[in-house]
Design a protein around this ligand. Sequence first.
Ligand SMILES: *Cc1c(COP(=O)(O)O)cnc(C)c1O
Length: 491
Amino acid sequence: MNRTLYDKLIFDCSHPGRRGFDLPSYPYPDALAGLPQHLMRGDAPVLPEVDELTVVRHYTNQSTNNFGVDTGFYPLGSCTMKYNPKLGDAMAASPTVAALHPRQPAATVQGALMIYRTLEYMLAQIGGMEEFTLNPYAGAHGELTGLMVIRAYHIDRGDHGRRRVIVPDSAHGTNPASAAMCGYEVSEVRSLADGTVDLTDLAAKLGDDVAAVMLTNPNTTGTFERGIPEIARMVHECGALLYYDGANLNPMLGVARPGDMGFDVMHVNLHKTFATPHGGGGPGAGPVGVRAGLERFLPNPRVVQLADGTFDVVADSADAMGRISSWLGNYTVYIRALAYILTLGAEGISQVGPLATLNANYVMHRLSDLYELPIPGPCKHEFVFDGLRDKSTGVTTLNVAKRLLDFGFHAPTIYFPLLFHESLMIEPTETESLETLDAFVEVMRAIAREASESPATVKDAPHDTPCRRPDDTEAALHPKVTYKDWCDAAV
Ligand SMILES: *Cc1c(COP(=O)(O)O)cnc(C)c1O
C-alpha cells in the first residue's frame, strides 16, 4: 500500500472551501456584543479545510502507524509489556464503576470499598506481606511511599542518624531518584559479573547510618539473587530495612514471595504485572506492602472493615504519614487487577512465574549460538544479550533492533543495563504462544545471517516503517507538537 497519501499532515490535505460540517448559525448574537473588543478575534483561525471522509481516513491510518502489544510481539526487557485481557477494561468501564464519585458517602459505595479491601488482601497474600495500601499512583510513587514508611519507622524508634539508602548499580533509575526525593543520600553497591549483588561490597557500604537497601529480584539482568537470605541478615543486623522493587512481579508469581525472603517493604506495579496497559503516561498504580509491625506507618486514608461487616474510609491513624494521593488512588486500575486475579485464580496465578521463566529460557537457548550471552542461564523472566557473537560485521544492537521493526516485532530494550556495551534485553512474557516465540526466534536468526551476508541491509534498517530513524534525543528535547512548529522547523 502506498501510505504517503495518508501520512500527510491534516493541514496538507486542506483545500479552500472543502468542509465536513454544517454548524447552525449562532443563536445569541447579543451575548457577543457584550464582550470587550480587545478580546475579540480579528481574523478567522487557520484550520484545515477538509471533508469528513478525509478526516476519518487520515486519523484511522495514523492510528495504525503505532505499535502496541495488541498489534504485535513486544519483548521489551525490564518493563513487562505483556497482554492485558480485555475483560479488565470491560469491568473498569462498566457504568457501576464509571458513575462513582469520590465524595460519595461510604454507605453508598460499599461494593467499591469491598473491591478495594479485597485487592489489598490478595496482594498481601501474593507478596507475603502483612498489609498493603493501594494509594500510590505509580511504581516510583510506591518507592517514595515505601521509603517514607521506612523513614517513619526509624524516627519512631528515635533513630535519627540514618541518612543513606543503598541501591545496586543495576537498579532501575527510579530507585536512586526516589531515595533522593525522600531526602536520602544514595550509595551504590557493585554487581558481580553474573549481575548479582557483590556481598563484599555491600558489607563495606552497610553501617548504622543506612536506612534501607533497595533490591530488585530477579535483578535487571533477569538473574535470581540467590544471596537474599544472607543479604537480609546483613541488612537487618545493622538496623536497616530491606526494600523490594516488585514493579515486575510476574516471574515471582507462584514461585516465591518477597515477605518470605525477608523483605520488609515492597511495591508492585499493577500496570505491569496486574493487567493495566502501560506506556503513554498512565493511569497506573504502585501499591505498597509492609511486613507486620509497619502497618501503622502506611499513608492515609485507609479502607477498613468494621465489626458489623460494612466498610468505611478512615484517616485516623496517628502514625500514618498523611495522604500521598487524592482520594484512594486510581480506582479503575484496581478493578482491572482484581478482575485479572479472580479470572486466573490461585492456580492460574501460580503458573504465571513458571511460564514467564520458561518462555524467556526458550528464546535464550534458541538464540545463544548467534547472540553473545554474557550471563549464562538459566534466567528468570528476561535475559540480556551483549549484541551479536560475530562483531566483525560492524552490525550493532541498534541495527538489530531497527531491523526487527521491518518484520513486525517491537525491539527489545537496548543499551540497558549498562553492564554491557551492546545490551539487548529480551522479555517475552508469559502471555506469548510458542508460535509467536518461534517466529521471533526465526527472525532474530535471519537478522544474524543478514548481518554477515549483507550487513548494509541491517545497518540501514528499518526499511518498511512509516517513520525510519527519528532522532530520539531531539524528539524528547524539542518536540514539534503543532503544525506551526513543524512549518517553522521546515523553513
Ligand atoms: C517500571 C519500573 C519502575 C517504575 O515504575 P513507574 O510506574 O514507571 O514509576 C521501578 N522499578 C522497576 C524495576 C521497573 O521496571
